[in-house]
Design a protein around this ligand. Structure first.
Ligand code: PMP
Length: 325
Protein backbone atom coordinates (compact mmCIF):
# COMPACT_ATOMS: atom_id res chain seq x y z
CA UNK A 1 0.00 0.00 0.00
CA UNK A 2 1.22 3.48 -0.85
CA UNK A 3 -0.27 5.51 1.97
CA UNK A 4 0.72 9.03 2.98
CA UNK A 5 0.17 9.92 6.59
CA UNK A 6 -1.63 13.28 6.57
CA UNK A 7 -1.18 16.60 4.79
CA UNK A 8 2.56 17.00 5.29
CA UNK A 9 3.38 13.57 3.90
CA UNK A 10 1.16 14.27 0.91
CA UNK A 11 3.57 17.02 -0.20
CA UNK A 12 6.03 16.10 -2.94
CA UNK A 13 6.69 12.84 -4.78
CA UNK A 14 4.66 14.19 -7.67
CA UNK A 15 4.66 12.31 -10.98
CA UNK A 16 6.61 13.38 -14.05
CA UNK A 17 4.19 13.83 -16.92
CA UNK A 18 5.13 13.51 -20.58
CA UNK A 19 3.70 16.42 -22.55
CA UNK A 20 2.61 14.73 -25.73
CA UNK A 21 2.26 17.68 -28.11
CA UNK A 22 5.48 19.38 -27.05
CA UNK A 23 7.40 16.08 -27.22
CA UNK A 24 6.03 15.15 -30.66
CA UNK A 25 6.74 18.59 -32.06
CA UNK A 26 10.38 18.66 -30.96
CA UNK A 27 11.43 15.00 -31.08
CA UNK A 28 12.47 15.36 -27.45
CA UNK A 29 11.01 14.00 -24.24
CA UNK A 30 9.40 17.03 -22.62
CA UNK A 31 8.47 16.13 -19.09
CA UNK A 32 6.58 18.23 -16.57
CA UNK A 33 6.84 17.77 -12.82
CA UNK A 34 3.23 17.66 -11.68
CA UNK A 35 3.42 20.17 -8.85
CA UNK A 36 -0.25 21.04 -9.25
CA UNK A 37 -0.85 17.64 -7.63
CA UNK A 38 0.57 18.78 -4.31
CA UNK A 39 -2.18 18.87 -1.66
CA UNK A 40 -2.32 22.69 -1.60
CA UNK A 41 -2.30 22.72 -5.40
CA UNK A 42 1.11 24.19 -6.22
CA UNK A 43 4.89 23.90 -6.22
CA UNK A 44 4.94 26.19 -3.18
CA UNK A 45 3.68 23.51 -0.78
CA UNK A 46 7.21 22.14 -0.69
CA UNK A 47 8.81 25.47 0.23
CA UNK A 48 6.03 26.25 2.73
CA UNK A 49 6.63 23.01 4.61
CA UNK A 50 10.43 23.23 4.55
CA UNK A 51 10.34 26.80 5.89
CA UNK A 52 7.88 25.93 8.68
CA UNK A 53 9.83 22.77 9.50
CA UNK A 54 13.05 24.79 9.75
CA UNK A 55 11.40 27.34 12.06
CA UNK A 56 10.05 24.52 14.24
CA UNK A 57 13.48 22.87 14.34
CA UNK A 58 15.38 26.02 15.30
CA UNK A 59 12.82 26.95 17.96
CA UNK A 60 11.64 30.18 16.28
CA UNK A 61 8.13 28.76 16.00
CA UNK A 62 6.21 27.63 19.08
CA UNK A 63 2.79 25.93 19.28
CA UNK A 64 0.00 28.49 18.80
CA UNK A 65 2.26 31.08 17.16
CA UNK A 66 1.29 33.11 14.10
CA UNK A 67 2.88 32.64 10.70
CA UNK A 68 3.11 35.86 8.66
CA UNK A 69 4.04 36.01 4.99
CA UNK A 70 3.95 38.22 1.93
CA UNK A 71 3.02 36.12 -1.09
CA UNK A 72 1.55 36.17 -4.57
CA UNK A 73 -0.80 33.54 -3.16
CA UNK A 74 0.49 30.02 -3.63
CA UNK A 75 3.00 30.11 -0.78
CA UNK A 76 0.21 31.55 1.36
CA UNK A 77 -2.11 28.71 0.40
CA UNK A 78 0.54 26.11 1.27
CA UNK A 79 1.26 27.88 4.56
CA UNK A 80 -2.44 28.22 5.46
CA UNK A 81 -2.99 24.47 4.97
CA UNK A 82 0.07 23.62 7.07
CA UNK A 83 -0.90 26.15 9.76
CA UNK A 84 -4.20 24.31 10.17
CA UNK A 85 -2.47 20.93 10.16
CA UNK A 86 0.02 22.02 12.85
CA UNK A 87 -1.92 24.51 14.95
CA UNK A 88 -0.66 27.94 13.92
CA UNK A 89 -2.50 31.12 12.99
CA UNK A 90 -1.79 32.56 9.54
CA UNK A 91 -1.66 36.17 8.30
CA UNK A 92 -1.04 36.75 4.59
CA UNK A 93 -0.10 40.00 2.81
CA UNK A 94 -0.83 39.94 -0.92
CA UNK A 95 -0.43 42.57 -3.64
CA UNK A 96 -3.74 43.58 -5.26
CA UNK A 97 -2.76 42.43 -8.78
CA UNK A 98 -3.25 38.73 -8.02
CA UNK A 99 -6.26 36.57 -8.84
CA UNK A 100 -9.27 37.00 -6.52
CA UNK A 101 -9.63 33.22 -6.44
CA UNK A 102 -6.39 32.93 -4.46
CA UNK A 103 -7.72 35.38 -1.86
CA UNK A 104 -10.94 33.36 -1.60
CA UNK A 105 -9.06 30.09 -1.10
CA UNK A 106 -6.87 31.67 1.59
CA UNK A 107 -9.93 32.96 3.42
CA UNK A 108 -11.63 29.58 3.15
CA UNK A 109 -8.55 28.06 4.74
CA UNK A 110 -8.93 30.47 7.67
CA UNK A 111 -6.00 32.78 6.92
CA UNK A 112 -6.33 36.48 7.62
CA UNK A 113 -5.66 38.07 4.24
CA UNK A 114 -4.48 41.66 3.82
CA UNK A 115 -4.58 42.74 0.19
CA UNK A 116 -2.34 45.79 -0.24
CA UNK A 117 -1.62 48.10 -3.19
CA UNK A 118 0.92 46.72 -5.67
CA UNK A 119 4.12 48.75 -5.37
CA UNK A 120 7.77 48.10 -6.21
CA UNK A 121 10.04 46.25 -3.82
CA UNK A 122 11.97 49.46 -3.23
CA UNK A 123 8.81 51.03 -1.73
CA UNK A 124 8.35 50.66 2.04
CA UNK A 125 4.72 49.67 1.49
CA UNK A 126 5.66 46.64 -0.64
CA UNK A 127 3.70 43.58 0.53
CA UNK A 128 6.83 41.68 1.59
CA UNK A 129 8.06 44.55 3.72
CA UNK A 130 4.66 45.07 5.30
CA UNK A 131 4.58 41.39 6.25
CA UNK A 132 8.03 41.62 7.84
CA UNK A 133 7.12 44.73 9.85
CA UNK A 134 3.84 43.23 11.02
CA UNK A 135 5.53 40.05 12.27
CA UNK A 136 8.16 42.10 14.06
CA UNK A 137 5.50 44.16 15.81
CA UNK A 138 3.77 41.11 17.26
CA UNK A 139 4.74 38.66 20.00
CA UNK A 140 4.71 35.03 18.91
CA UNK A 141 4.79 35.80 15.19
CA UNK A 142 7.25 34.43 12.65
CA UNK A 143 7.87 36.07 9.24
CA UNK A 144 8.48 33.28 6.76
CA UNK A 145 10.39 35.52 4.31
CA UNK A 146 10.28 33.08 1.38
CA UNK A 147 12.38 35.28 -0.90
CA UNK A 148 15.46 35.28 1.32
CA UNK A 149 14.83 32.25 3.53
CA UNK A 150 17.03 29.56 2.01
CA UNK A 151 14.98 26.75 3.56
CA UNK A 152 12.90 27.45 0.42
CA UNK A 153 15.61 26.32 -2.01
CA UNK A 154 16.60 23.54 0.37
CA UNK A 155 13.12 22.06 -0.21
CA UNK A 156 13.94 21.70 -3.89
CA UNK A 157 17.50 20.52 -3.30
CA UNK A 158 16.26 17.83 -0.93
CA UNK A 159 13.04 16.81 -2.66
CA UNK A 160 12.30 18.09 -6.20
CA UNK A 161 15.86 17.67 -7.51
CA UNK A 162 16.33 14.08 -6.29
CA UNK A 163 12.85 13.13 -7.51
CA UNK A 164 13.60 14.43 -11.03
CA UNK A 165 16.94 12.64 -11.07
CA UNK A 166 15.40 9.33 -10.01
CA UNK A 167 12.30 9.62 -12.20
CA UNK A 168 14.40 10.25 -15.32
CA UNK A 169 16.96 7.63 -14.22
CA UNK A 170 19.60 10.31 -14.67
CA UNK A 171 18.69 10.94 -18.30
CA UNK A 172 17.67 14.60 -17.80
CA UNK A 173 19.61 16.77 -20.30
CA UNK A 174 18.08 20.11 -19.37
CA UNK A 175 15.97 21.68 -16.67
CA UNK A 176 14.13 24.91 -17.43
CA UNK A 177 11.76 26.92 -15.28
CA UNK A 178 10.44 30.37 -14.47
CA UNK A 179 11.49 32.08 -11.27
CA UNK A 180 9.71 33.95 -8.51
CA UNK A 181 11.69 33.55 -5.31
CA UNK A 182 14.26 31.40 -7.13
CA UNK A 183 13.82 28.50 -4.70
CA UNK A 184 12.83 26.00 -7.37
CA UNK A 185 15.49 26.74 -9.98
CA UNK A 186 18.27 27.12 -7.50
CA UNK A 187 17.56 23.98 -5.42
CA UNK A 188 16.88 21.74 -8.42
CA UNK A 189 19.89 23.11 -10.34
CA UNK A 190 22.26 22.55 -7.47
CA UNK A 191 21.19 18.92 -7.13
CA UNK A 192 21.23 18.14 -10.84
CA UNK A 193 24.60 19.83 -11.42
CA UNK A 194 26.15 17.75 -8.64
CA UNK A 195 24.98 14.61 -10.42
CA UNK A 196 25.61 15.66 -13.99
CA UNK A 197 28.13 18.38 -14.75
CA UNK A 198 26.90 19.03 -18.32
CA UNK A 199 23.17 19.34 -17.58
CA UNK A 200 21.70 22.54 -19.11
CA UNK A 201 20.05 24.81 -16.54
CA UNK A 202 17.81 27.43 -18.09
CA UNK A 203 15.99 30.32 -16.43
CA UNK A 204 12.72 31.34 -18.12
CA UNK A 205 11.67 34.92 -17.60
CA UNK A 206 8.45 36.80 -18.27
CA UNK A 207 8.43 40.38 -19.51
CA UNK A 208 8.71 43.16 -16.92
CA UNK A 209 11.22 41.12 -14.90
CA UNK A 210 14.96 41.65 -14.40
CA UNK A 211 16.14 38.06 -14.29
CA UNK A 212 16.82 37.50 -17.99
CA UNK A 213 19.28 40.39 -17.94
CA UNK A 214 20.78 39.12 -14.70
CA UNK A 215 21.65 35.78 -16.29
CA UNK A 216 22.74 37.36 -19.59
CA UNK A 217 24.84 40.21 -18.20
CA UNK A 218 25.22 39.73 -14.44
CA UNK A 219 23.12 42.81 -13.66
CA UNK A 220 19.37 42.68 -13.00
CA UNK A 221 17.65 45.27 -15.22
CA UNK A 222 13.85 45.35 -15.45
CA UNK A 223 12.61 44.67 -18.97
CA UNK A 224 9.92 46.94 -20.37
CA UNK A 225 6.25 46.12 -19.99
CA UNK A 226 4.19 44.22 -17.44
CA UNK A 227 3.15 40.60 -17.46
CA UNK A 228 -0.19 38.99 -16.60
CA UNK A 229 1.65 35.96 -15.24
CA UNK A 230 1.37 35.38 -11.49
CA UNK A 231 4.01 34.21 -9.03
CA UNK A 232 7.00 34.73 -11.32
CA UNK A 233 9.43 37.45 -12.36
CA UNK A 234 11.48 39.57 -10.00
CA UNK A 235 13.29 42.88 -9.85
CA UNK A 236 16.06 41.68 -7.57
CA UNK A 237 18.37 38.78 -6.81
CA UNK A 238 17.00 37.05 -3.74
CA UNK A 239 19.14 35.05 -1.32
CA UNK A 240 17.50 31.95 -2.79
CA UNK A 241 18.59 32.79 -6.32
CA UNK A 242 22.03 34.20 -5.46
CA UNK A 243 24.87 31.86 -6.35
CA UNK A 244 22.74 29.45 -8.34
CA UNK A 245 24.31 27.84 -11.37
CA UNK A 246 22.24 28.86 -14.37
CA UNK A 247 23.63 28.41 -17.87
CA UNK A 248 21.32 30.61 -19.92
CA UNK A 249 18.01 32.40 -19.91
CA UNK A 250 15.08 32.83 -22.28
CA UNK A 251 12.41 35.49 -22.26
CA UNK A 252 8.89 34.31 -23.08
CA UNK A 253 6.09 36.66 -24.15
CA UNK A 254 2.67 36.65 -22.50
CA UNK A 255 0.97 36.03 -25.86
CA UNK A 256 3.05 32.84 -26.36
CA UNK A 257 2.12 31.80 -22.80
CA UNK A 258 -1.58 32.40 -23.49
CA UNK A 259 -1.40 30.37 -26.73
CA UNK A 260 0.34 27.56 -24.87
CA UNK A 261 -2.10 27.23 -21.94
CA UNK A 262 -5.07 27.16 -24.35
CA UNK A 263 -3.32 24.66 -26.57
CA UNK A 264 -2.62 22.39 -23.60
CA UNK A 265 -6.26 22.72 -22.61
CA UNK A 266 -7.76 22.01 -26.02
CA UNK A 267 -5.34 19.41 -27.32
CA UNK A 268 -4.37 17.53 -24.18
CA UNK A 269 -6.95 18.31 -21.52
CA UNK A 270 -4.69 20.19 -19.11
CA UNK A 271 -5.76 23.28 -17.19
CA UNK A 272 -2.57 25.03 -16.12
CA UNK A 273 -1.69 28.44 -14.70
CA UNK A 274 0.38 31.10 -16.43
CA UNK A 275 3.80 30.16 -15.05
CA UNK A 276 3.30 26.66 -16.42
CA UNK A 277 2.49 28.21 -19.81
CA UNK A 278 5.81 30.07 -19.67
CA UNK A 279 7.56 26.86 -18.62
CA UNK A 280 6.19 24.74 -21.44
CA UNK A 281 7.03 27.44 -24.02
CA UNK A 282 10.54 27.60 -22.58
CA UNK A 283 10.99 23.83 -22.53
CA UNK A 284 10.02 23.70 -26.22
CA UNK A 285 12.58 26.41 -27.06
CA UNK A 286 15.26 24.56 -25.14
CA UNK A 287 14.35 21.34 -26.99
CA UNK A 288 14.67 23.15 -30.34
CA UNK A 289 18.08 24.49 -29.37
CA UNK A 290 19.39 21.11 -28.19
CA UNK A 291 17.82 19.13 -31.06
CA UNK A 292 15.86 15.84 -31.14
CA UNK A 293 16.59 13.02 -28.69
CA UNK A 294 17.02 15.09 -25.53
CA UNK A 295 15.10 14.97 -22.28
CA UNK A 296 13.92 18.32 -20.96
CA UNK A 297 12.24 18.67 -17.57
CA UNK A 298 10.13 21.62 -16.50
CA UNK A 299 7.63 22.42 -13.75
CA UNK A 300 3.84 22.24 -13.95
CA UNK A 301 3.59 24.76 -11.12
CA UNK A 302 -0.14 25.03 -10.55
CA UNK A 303 -3.54 24.40 -12.10
CA UNK A 304 -5.59 26.98 -13.98
CA UNK A 305 -8.70 26.83 -11.79
CA UNK A 306 -7.43 29.77 -9.73
CA UNK A 307 -7.30 31.91 -12.87
CA UNK A 308 -10.84 31.46 -14.14
CA UNK A 309 -11.56 35.17 -13.79
CA UNK A 310 -8.39 36.22 -15.63
CA UNK A 311 -6.34 33.90 -17.84
CA UNK A 312 -9.37 31.71 -18.62
CA UNK A 313 -11.79 34.58 -19.06
CA UNK A 314 -11.86 35.56 -22.75
CA UNK A 315 -13.26 39.05 -22.08
CA UNK A 316 -10.60 39.81 -19.50
CA UNK A 317 -7.92 38.58 -21.88
CA UNK A 318 -9.11 40.58 -24.87
CA UNK A 319 -9.47 43.73 -22.72
CA UNK A 320 -5.76 43.25 -21.97
CA UNK A 321 -5.02 42.98 -25.69
CA UNK A 322 -4.44 39.23 -25.98
CA UNK A 323 -5.77 36.96 -28.72
CA UNK A 324 -7.06 33.48 -28.15
CA UNK A 325 -6.73 31.73 -31.48
N1 PMP B 1 4.73 29.38 -10.45
C1 PMP B 1 3.82 29.72 -9.54
C2 PMP B 1 2.37 29.52 -9.88
C3 PMP B 1 4.21 30.25 -8.30
O1 PMP B 1 3.29 30.59 -7.39
C4 PMP B 1 5.59 30.42 -8.04
C5 PMP B 1 6.05 30.98 -6.73
N2 PMP B 1 5.76 32.31 -6.49
C6 PMP B 1 6.51 30.08 -9.04
C7 PMP B 1 6.05 29.54 -10.22
C8 PMP B 1 7.98 30.31 -8.88
O2 PMP B 1 8.61 29.44 -7.98
P1 PMP B 1 9.87 29.91 -7.11
O3 PMP B 1 9.33 30.88 -6.08
O4 PMP B 1 10.36 28.65 -6.49
O5 PMP B 1 10.85 30.57 -7.98
Amino acid sequence: MDTRNGFIEAIGNTPLIRLRGASAETGCEILGKAEFMNPGGSVKDRAAWWMIREAEKNGALQPGDTIVEGTAGNTGIGLAHICNARGYACVIYMPDNQSPEKVEILETLGAEVRVVPTVAYTDDMNYQKQAGRYAESMDGAVWVNQFDNIANRLAHYESTGPEIWEQTEGSVDAFACAVGTGGTISGVSQYLKQHREDVHLVLLDCIGSALYDYVATGTPVLSEGTSITEGIGNSRITDNLAGSQIDWALRISDQDMVNQVYRLLREEGWLFGSSTGINVCGAIEVARKLGPGHTIVTMLCDGGGKYRSSLFNREWLSAKGFRVD
